[in-house]
Design a protein around this ligand. Structure first.
Ligand code: UT7
Length: 326
């Protein structure tokens, strides 16, 4: 491995399906209210894919934007990793379907299943390919149709999730081995399978033979989130050799505004350095971080050269963080 090779983000893109579902729309089907959802989660609306839109369609749309912003085309792509918990099919991997739809050449393509932490896991895996010289143009995509997993009679979950996709292009660039380098500087990944019952889907090919519905003990997950995420963020920052005060933008998984604020406070990160899209996107699982990154870049807040801290927690439980310089 060349220690001076870094995986640099050269393009970012996000895609949301057109259909907007407001809190009032949901209050018409379950016993909830706009006031409750906004107060407890910060969510005001979410997007919903149409029946004929698959996860790969959202992924391809985001990937095309990311590739174009990187000045690349599908013919350059040699690695595709899709982080998703809502694949098109049980197999093949959604990444292989994305490869076909993009018209990308034969290369490496596979999915990562770490639920809401999927994008953080996928970035770390892609980094290992890129810094070893095994990929020269990697697409890392978080794409989800979480609305397909909802029990629309369960007000404790169906108001929280939405659909969407975000993608980044990672390319190798030489670095000096310092924190001034562009690229991924450090990461930390965690899983605790003993907490499965707090957040899971009650179906699968080898058990029920069905897709299943999402089940969550929200308040328990909430408690774990703030404490566990902070530990992983500090571990990732230590690996990278950076301190919280050096971070320009904190780009958390968008599950709940109160979790975003709780983690930022615990880490001593100023509220105005937090990118929040939870109000309009809701929780898009593995897509939420790249969608938030795309939003922050598109509105001009996040600029090349800035130090970014990404973190997430989800089913498993899994959690983790990535530190990178754009
Ligand atoms: O991305 C994966 C990770 N997931 C998360 O990070 C989600 C973490 N959890 C959360 O975001 C929050 O726990 C929720 C937003 C899910 C819930 O907020 P909470 O403040 O923890 O509320 P709670 O679950 O303790 O429920 C409080 C009350 C309950 O009623 P009782 O038992 O006090 O009478 C619920 O039945 O709120 C009730 N409730 C609702 N009321 C109106 C639950 N869902 C709703 C709803 N509308 N949609």
């Amino acid at each position: 491995m060349n220690p001076l090779l870094r995986s640099v983000v050269t393009g970012v893109g996000g895609h949301l399906p057109a259909t907007v579902v407001t809190n009032d729309d949901l209050a018409a089907i379950v016993d909830t209210s706009d006031a409750w959802i906004v107060e407890r989660s910060g969510i005001r609306s979410r997007r919903k894919a149409t029946d004929d839109q698959a996860t790969s369609d959202l992924a391809v749309a985001a990937a095309r934007i990311a590739l174009s912003r990187a000045g690349r085309d599908p013919g350059d792509v040699d690695l595709i990793i899709v982080a998703t918990t809502t694949p098109d099919l049980t197999f093949p991997a959604t990444a292989a379907i994305v490869q076909r739809k993009l018209g990308a050449p034969i290369g490496i393509a596979f999915d990562i299943q770490a639920v809401c932490s999927g994008f953080v896991y996928a970035m770390s895996v892609a980094d290992n390919f890129v810094v070893r010289g095994l990929a020269r143009c990697a697409l890392v995509i978080g794409a989800e149709t979480m609305t397909r997993l909802m029990d629309w009679t369960d007000r404790g979950t169906c108001v929280l999730f939405g659909d969407g996709a975000g993608a980044v292009v990672l390319e190798p660039r030489s670095g000096e081995g310092t924190i001034a380098d562009r690229g991924i500087l450090g990461f930390a990944l965690r899983a605790d399978g003993t907490k499965q019952d707090l957040l899971y889907v009650d179906g699968g090919p080898s058990t029920t033979g069905t897709v299943g519905k999402l089940r969550m003990q929200g308040n328990q997950v909430f408690r774990h989130a703030v404490v566990n995420i902070s530990e992983a963020v500090i571990a990732a920052a230590d690996t990278a050799g950076v301190t919280m005060s050096q971070v320009d933008w904190f780009i958390p998984h968008q599950a709940n505004q109160r979790i975003l604020e709780g983690v930022a406070k615990r880490l001593g990160i100023d509220g105005n350095k937090v990118i929040s899209t939870v109000a309009e996107h809701a929780n898009t699982s593995a897509a939420s971080i790249p969608l938030a990154l795309a939003t922050g870049i598109e509105d001009g807040r996040i600029k090349p050269g800035q130090l970014l801290l990404l973190e997430a927690m989800g089913g498993g439980l899994t959690w983790g963080a990535v530190v990178l310089r754009l």
